[in-house]
Write a new protein. Structure first.
Ligand code: C5P
Length: 480
């Protein structure tokens, strides 16, 4: 049975999984299980996964190993030193963190631990020999070097480090270290005099210049009676944490500390207790923006009209029906740093809502007198005291998209407009994809940035990225 390493999936698929799992309050791994189960049972949700993208850096590895669904994989090279026994604990610590481990034992390491023990703990075959015909017939050392996300050497002996610094490749461990394009984490372990020896100092300096990362060594008592100093291998838990940091660097949270307000969905304007005026908005784009802003670290308030969507995880959602309720909740949510008005608010409501269900009469149609709803975007854009520093509106148009959107930017007094064509042929209303143009102000003129067709999740991520860039960069050109 093949294993699946989530870290190695396309960026787009990972983003989709992150958003979907956050939405469903599950771990990414659980979400994958649910998707697979639904697929097998033929009741899967349509996969609105963003179009696959190329991974940012190194070429993807080919996971071919047996084992549970892991999030990352490590090739662990165990060198020949008394600290090798701690590497057995390291295997356990890495596996606890859902990291697959494949062990390579040097010849000297086998004096301290056996391949059988390493294999039993890792649940994987253990590799010892460069010239093992069984693994070498498919270039085993190359696979061990590349079919992982990280190489950890623990204990990294003075000899192994010298071989690395010199580029030797006369056994399996050194051949892997020379053939890899993955990051390498070394946990040195040796006698303090060996650690402080000029040759080791030179080798360590060379390895660090080569981009190798070190954890430890720590200071303390040595295995040799009466010896103390720097040279003890870092504890297994420290090495596992260092590996984890390299494998799963902290997710950037560019909107941390920012409060973001978003409106989404339609509004329902009651005619009588059973009828209302509404529009076709699904709320998907606004909800996707709320999820993306939350994932970027913002504190998010989402004021939503009636929609058939689950509340995004970690977002404070205020459910409303009418435009006037939406305005009330928006005003109650101020102050915010960024306000994004994605709701399709009904422009009109009936002047006086019927207290009872209107009946057909011989007199013909009931006279429905309409009055204009408050324009929430314009109201907030024109506030004196509590105007958010960045106000973004949407322009959903069926013709003359950019002209109408530019006019709206000026008329409503917001800073940016996200314009999209919602003519029926585009399938934007209720669909999962969107084609948008971002209108901003540059040097007193309106700048139009047209984006390609994207899923609504991708549009949301891109919009949040634009916001983060503009907060980080030069001051925003706003109307205030
Ligand atoms: O005028 P129009 O409805 O096309 O303007 C669209 C923009 O204005 C959207 O950002 C929408 O959320 C906002 N809007 C609003 N209150 C209204 C009407 C529109 O906030 N009453």
């Amino acid at each position: 049975m093949a294993s699946l390493t989530i870290r190695k999936l396309d960026e787009g698929v990972k983003t989709y999984l992150r958003l979907r799992s956050a939405k469903n309050r599950r771990s990414v791994e659980e979400e994958v299980r649910v998707i697979l189960r639904e697929l097998i049972e033929g009741r899967e949700e349509p996969l609105a996964a963003p179009a696959p993208q190329q991974p940012a850096s190194s070429p993807p590895a080919t996971p071919q190993r047996a084992g549970a669904l892991a999030e990352a994989s490590v090739t662990l090279i165990i060198g020949g030193g008394i600290a090798a026994y701690k590497s057995l604990d390291l295997i356990r610590r890495l596996k606890e963190r859902r990291i697959e481990v494949r062990c390579v034992l040097t010849k000297a390491a086998q004096h301290f631990v056996t391949p059988l023990t390493a294999s039993a703990l890792s649940h994987e075959r253990v590799y010892t020999d460069l010239f093992d015909p069984q693994s070498e017939f498919d270039a085993g050392h190359i696979r061990l070097a590349r079919d992982c996300d990280l190489i950890v050497v623990a204990p990294a002996t003075a000899d192994l480090m010298a071989k690395m610094a010199g580029g030797h490749a006369d056994d399996l461990a050194s051949a892997i270290l020379l053939a890899t394009n993955r990051k390498i984490l070394l946990a040195p372990a040796m006698n303090p005099l060996m650690w402080s020896n000029a040759a080791t100092r030179r080798n360590v300096a060379q390895l660090q210049r080569d981009g190798v990362i070190l954890v430890g060594p720590n200071a303390g008592e040595m295995a040799e009676a009466g010896e103390a100093g720097t040279g003890r291998m870092a504890e297994a838990i420290e090495i596992a944490a260092a590996a984890d940091r390299l494998l799963r660097p902290p997710v950037p949270r560019p909107l941390a500390g920012k409060r973001v307000l978003i409106t989404a969905g339609p509004t329902h304007e009651p005619i009588d207790p059973v009828r209302y005026i509404a529009n076709r908005s699904s709320g998907k784009q606004g909800f996707a923006i709320a999820a993306a802003a939350q994932a970027a670290g913002a504190e998010v308030v989402l004021v939503s009209g009636p929609v058939d969507l689950d509340d995004p995880a970690g977002v404070a959602v205020k459910h409303v029906e009418s435009a006037r309720q939406m305005l009330e909740q928006v005003e109650a949510s101020l102050p915010v740093d960024i306000a994004i008005f994605a709701a399709a608010v009904a422009d009109w409501r009936v002047a006086s809502e019927g207290a009872q269900k209107l009946k057909k009469t011989a007199a013909g149609m009931p006279p429905l007198q309409l009055v204009e709803n408050p324009d929430i975007l314009a109201t907030i854009s024109k506030l004196k005291d509590k105007r958010p520093p960045l106000v973004i509106g949407f322009a959903a148009e069926t013709e003359h998209l950019l002209d109408n959107a530019s006019a709206k930017l000026t008329r409503k007094g917001c800073d940016w407009i996200v314009a999209n064509d919602v003519s029926p042929a585009t399938g934007v209303m209720g669909g999962d994809r969107n084609t948008v143009h971002l209108l901003t102000r540059k040097d007193g003129a309106i700048d139009v940035d047209s984006w390609p067709v994207m899923t609504k999740d991708q549009v949301a991520i891109e919009l949040v990225a634009h916001i983060a860039r503009s907060l980080a960069g030069k001051p925003l050109e706003t109307t205030s």
